[in-house]
Design a protein around this ligand. Structure first.
Ligand code: GDP
Ligand code: MG
Length: 204
């Protein structure tokens, strides 16, 4: 898939602020500072589209970016940042869950993990949650430029084991620095968009 146009659409804290219309959406979720904004910038090859920060916990909004006038990339607020009050954490959790659970035009979710770390309890919980709601998903291991091939081979099995990764979910090594994994991830996203399966958001 070739990305020829990318523009910031809007930021939202609740469903009232989500962009109207029914373009399919692809969401990116993960711990604060895992590299979500950098990944989006690399996918569209535009450094300043999504704001990146070396200070974790900055993005407290859901950011929507329109791609090729065809679909929307959604940068969800990062979870797991320790230095915020419980009340704020609860609000973030609700924001993320509310979006993932109810957004009808959601077509796929990328769960981002730092390739160097063992997935945290929250990462595991998020992964289970995506499975529970049967959302098409992929696991993306970010900052892959920080590991040698050997180290990555080892980390790959740690991540697979810790998550009990299902065979239908790809694990993609990604680097916003080098562009590693970009084509592979864009292929996965293209498949989700082509499948265009309407979601059943009704509770069982
Ligand atoms: N070496 C390296 N650093 C990265 C990569 N992706 C992100 N970072 C750094 O990690 C920090 C957090 O990135 P950001 O995209 O803002 O994370 P977010 O909070 O998940 O949106 C920044 O200092 C980035 O420069 C990567 O692929 N390689
Ligand atoms: Mg960010």
């Amino acid at each position: 898939m070739k990305i020829v146009a990318a523009e910031f659409l809007t930021s939202a804290v609740n469903p009232g602020g989500y962009p109207p219309g029914d373009l399919p959406e692809i969401a990116f979720v993960g711990r604060s500072n895992v590299g979500k904004s950098s990944l989006i910038n690399r996918l569209v090859n535009r450094k300043g589209l999504a704001r990146t920060s070396s200070t974790p916990g900055r993005t407290q909004l859901i950011n929507f970016f329109k791609i090729n006038d065809r679909f929307i990339m959604v940068d969800l607020p990062g979870y797991g940042y320790a230095r915020v009050p419980e009340e704020v954490k609860a609000r973030w959790g609700k924001m993320i869950e509310g979006y993932l659970k109810n957004r009808e035009n959601l077509r796929g979710v990328c769960l981002l993990l730092d390739c160097r770390h063992t997935p945290t309890a929250q990462d595991i919980q998020m992964y289970r949650w995506l499975q529970y709601y049967r959302l098409p998903a992929a696991v993306v291991a970010t900052k892959a430029d920080k590991l040698s091939n050997n180290q990555w081979a080892k980390q790959q099995s740690v991540i697979k084991k810790t998550l009990s990764l299902a065979p239908e979910h790809s694990l993609i090594a990604f680097s916003a620095e080098t562009g590693r994994g970009r084509d592979e991830l864009l292929d996965v996203i293209k498949d989700w968009l082509q499948a265009d399966q309407p979601r059943n958001t009704e509770q069982e």
